[in-house]
Design a protein around this ligand. Structure first.
Ligand code: ITT
Length: 191
């Protein structure tokens, strides 16, 4: 097993990363456990922020690192909150759900999508970034699994929210799983 730093402080993301890493023979090391500094997410897009987080962790630890920058993009809000999803909620998800559903209701436009940029960085500065998207529609919050905006997002092809479908389904179809599948494919091409 080779060690890889998981450069996130979000426990929901960490939980979803673990089953994806094991089949690749990668042993995750949490950035928090190494006491790594948290860089400022100053880029205007998902890929830029994922790169900032992964490179900071790889350089500080001397190990390869993986970082995820992700968010919910709402059609009725012109793609917002998007890269600002964590800041938009500021820890109060019920209030964030209400603001998003009000915007969708006012526009009569319920489409939304999650995006995940996954960046793999090496201590020498090399990076590769993979983007995964999952499209669906918004609905009033339902379900208790997952994290963040999962209760208000119903993925295309399903009749329940991510928070109702749970990890078994989400880990196969999510934006994060799709970005991760590309990372896994790249490793098979150039191990
Ligand atoms: P790190 O930067 O430490 O990884 P973070 O939560 O701040 O943690 P981001 O800046 O990438 O990470 O913000 C992502 C936010 O987007 C996250 O906090 C949720 O609000 C939302 N989000 C991303 N993926 C999600 C998912 O699978 N389900 C629900 N909400 C998600």
């Amino acid at each position: 097993m080779s060690r890889i730093v998981i450069a996130t402080r979000n426990p929901g993301k960490i939980k979803e990363f673990l089953p994806l890493l094991a089949p690749l023979g990668l042993e995750p090391v949490a950035a928090g456990a190494l006491g790594l500094p948290e860089p400022e997410e100053s880029a205007p897009d998902f890929a830029g922020n994922a790169r900032i987080k992964a490179l900071a962790a790889a350089k500080a630890s001397g190990l390869p690192a993986l970082a995820d920058d992700s968010g919910l993009c709402v059609a009725a809000m012109g793609g917002a909150p998007g890269v600002r999803s964590a800041r938009f909620a500021a820890g109060d998800y019920p209030a964030a759900f209400a603001r998003i559903l009000a915007a969708a209701g006012a526009a009569g436009e319920w489409r939304a999508w999650f995006t995940c940029a996954l960046c793999h960085a090496l201590p020498d500065g090399g990076t590769a970034t993979y983007i995964g998207e999952a499209h669906g529609r918004l609905a009033p919050p339902q379900g208790g699994e997952g994290f963040g905006y999962d209760p208000i997002f119903i993925p295309d092809g399903y009749g329940e929210s991510y928070a109702q479908l749970g990890a078994e389904v989400k880990d196969k179809i999510s934006h994060r799983a799709r970005a991760f599948a590309q990372f896994a494919a790249a490793r098979r091409l150039a191990p």
